[in-house]
Design a protein around this ligand. Structure first.
Ligand code: GDP
Length: 530
């Protein structure tokens, strides 16, 4: 295999999702420790830590203790080059999660063993299912009192609608956590928590389930119980089926404890084994092969002001094929322009570094002078094509916004437009008026807070927000239709998007039905045509 092919073959790119506090950060940190990318635990993100966190770019995240934006980390392990995409833990940012998942080839879902499937796990998981990618489950915090493992699996299956296949099986939990049984090797890895220099670590030993000393090690009751449970599992759980795993229909499940570093390396090994290197991606000229084709990438995230001192804006792109080399000329397809990607960079654990080269599967951030939009394609001049677009979620909350100080009109408009271009909000205008009043639509209400905060801190504009009672959005598909001719109903609003496309906002779904009944031939769609 050539070096070039090998570089791509060894790439694994995955997103990690969880309800806040399930242990996503801790697990990520342990992965990085294995990769030797960091030396001390606690250095990835410290909510209570004075060190600045890698994934907390915005002040608001620190204030709220949630991860609003996504970050990307790369590390090497066992001959693989792994890219982890962190996702926001809050459902209000599920659109951001979706975009991040577009850049990933698989997802890892972290679940707190004592809490099971939580509200935000459900929301984020739904987003995950839209992507049809392998989903791995890590049931965390087994060193704490946990729910019954069968109940946990049942909950995942019924609440999330995905079948499960446990790869290992826990023996006890909390103070009585004895370890896990590997259903493949039929070995037990025993668990004993120890404190090492302020860090909690697990001491482990691996023994066969048939080892005569097993009774002494885990106790006769746990031993008997384990045999019964294995029998039950072998009889009742879904058999391992790689095909089903690769389409996100069956989730391999692992039990462990990220904090004590128990089960993390085992998980990583299985995960790397079961996932593939970057697969071909769909475009308007067919599938783009990651190895055969020259460099291509698409923008999945735009992040402003990562570094406040520089007021910079970075477009994150997922490389889908070929090799990226600093200084190379690429085509920005949507902008129809040849260009060089400026200041290409990658995040390696704590630091951002300039990249000289990167391969299919990698994520790079480039300086964005304000030209990129979410979903844009970049490729080399040999062949021009567009990757499948990234759909926008229909906003469910709307508010009218105005600047408090009318002298700041320019900053206000600029700020709102830029934040909308990043995909953090969607903006609309009153039908028949200009930019005096802007209507903002968001998927989750926290996005309103982010908007307000960012306009104040980045653009120096204070705003007033008046929430509107609408929850449903429909674009009008009839070309050239005179909006004035629509026979309206009371709880509806006529607006237009930034491209001038007419659309309607409704307070409830039955208003949509009534309107359609009153206006024969009217065609409405949940998503815009462009
Ligand atoms: P995130 O919000 O999903 O990123 O969660 P964190 O990784 O920040 O973890 C939330 C809290 O749970 C922190 O106080 C962690 O120390 C703790 N935690 C994480 N993993 C474990 C675990 O395996 N066992 C125990 N006992 N605590 C854990």
């Amino acid at each position: 295999m050539s070096d070039y092919t090998n570089e791509i073959k060894k790439r694994r790119t995955f997103a990690i999702i969880s309800h806040p506090d399930a242990g996503k950060t801790t697990l990520t940190e342990k992965f990085l420790l294995y990769g030797g990318a960091i030396n001390t635990a606690g250095s990835v993100k410290g909510k209570q830590n004075s060190k600045h966190a890698v994934s907390d770019w915005m002040e608001i995240e620190k204030q709220r203790g949630i991860s609003v934006t996504s970050s990307v980390l790369q590390f090497n392990y066992d001959g693989y080059c792994i890219n982890i995409l962190d996702t926001p833990g809050h459902q209000d940012f599920s659109e951001d999660t979706y975009r991040t998942l577009m850049a990933a080839d698989s997802a890892v879902m972290v679940i707190d063993a004592s809490k099971g499937v939580e509200a935000q796990t459900k929301k984020l998981f739904k987003v995950c299912l839209l992507r049809d990618i392998p989903i791995f489950t890590f049931i965390n915090k087994m060193d704490r009192e946990a729910n019954d493992p069968f109940d946990l699996l049942d909950e995942i299956e019924t609440e999330l609608g995905i079948k499960t296949c446990p790869v290992n099986w826990p023996i006890g939990s909390g103070k009585e956590f004895k370890g896990v049984y590997d259903r493949n090797t039929k070995n037990i890895t025993t668990f004993k928590a120890v404190s090492t220099g302020g860090q909690k670590e697990a001491q482990t030993t691996e023994i066969s389930i048939n080892d005569p000393t097993i009774d002494m090690i885990i106790g006769p009751d746990y031993h008997r119980n384990l045999h019964d449970e294995i029998e039950l599992l072998d009889g009742a759980s879904d058999p391992f089926d790689m095909e089903a795993v690769s389409h996100g229909k069956l989730s391999p499940v692992f039990f462990g404890s990220a904090l004590t570093n128990f089960g993390v390396e085992n998980f990583l090994k299985h995960f790397l084994d079961m996932t593939t290197s970057p697969l071909p991606r769909k475009s308007n000229i067919g599938e783009i092969d990651p190895i055969k084709e020259d460099f291509s990438a698409f923008v999945f995230k735009i992040q402003a002001n990562m570094n406040k001192a520089h007021r910079d804006r970075i477009a994150f792109m997922r490389i889908c094929s070929g090799k990226f080399e600093a200084g190379m000329e690429v085509i920005h397809v949507q902008g129809n322009k040849k260009m060089k990607l400026l200041q290409p960079q990658q995040l390696m654990a704590q630091e951002r570094k300039i990249v000289e080269e990167a391969y299919a599967g990698d994520i790079i951030g480039v300086f964005d002078p304000g030209i990129f939009s979410i979903g844009d394609t970049l490729c080399t001049s040999n062949q021009k094509f567009e990757f499948e677009g990234i759909p926008t979620f229909a906003p469910e909350h709307f508010a009218r916004i105005r600047q408090v100080d009318t002298m700041k009109r320019k900053q206000f408009t600029k700020g709102v437009l830029q934040i909308a271009q990043e995909g953090a909000i969607q903006i609309f205008q009153e039908f028949n008026t200009g930019m005096e009043e802007i209507i903002v639509g968001v998927v989750g209400v926290l996005q309103f807070d982010v908007l307000k905060f960012r306009l104040e801190s980045e653009y120096g504009v204070e705003i007033r927000m008046e929430s509107l009672p609408f929850e449903h959005i429909r674009w009008i598909m009839n070309k050239g239709l005179d909006l004035n001719s629509i026979k309206g109903i009371t709880d509806m609003k006529k607006v237009k998007d930034m491209k001038g496309n007419p659309l309607l906002l409704f307070a409830n779904p039955w208003s949509i039905r009534t309107l359609l009944e009153r206006n024969e031939g009217l065609e409405l769609a949940e998503f815009s045509r462009d």
